[in-house]
Design a protein. Structure first.
Length: 93
């Protein structure tokens, strides 16, 4: 169940996009039930990883700052040297 803290008639477009993003909801409510955990942190940027029931992993990149940042990702290092992987972006503002 998804709970929100606002009235449904007062939902702006950004909030509605978040609440109706099926891929994000599927990751959040994955049947495996393991909460994501932080695997990298600096003062302005974090990377979180969440194992999913089908054996894949959801990775969240979180910019804590107010400015756009560029960050180069070493996917093989990040994914523990797994050679076969695909990337699917489920959220972009």
């Amino acid at each position: 169940m998804l709970e929100v803290g606002n009235h449904s008639r007062e939902v702006d477009e950004t909030t509605l996009a978040i609440l109706t993003n099926k891929d994000m909801t599927a990751i959040d409510q994955d049947p495996l039930g393991i909460q994501g955990f932080r695997i990298y942190e600096n003062p302005f940027f974090e990377i979180w990883l969440k194992p999913l029931q089908n054996g894949s992993k959801a990775i969240r990149f979180f910019n804590r700052g107010m400015q756009l940042i560029q960050y180069n990702i070493d996917w093989e290092k990040l994914l523990c040297l797994i050679r076969d992987y695909s990337v699917n972006e489920v959220w972009k503002i």
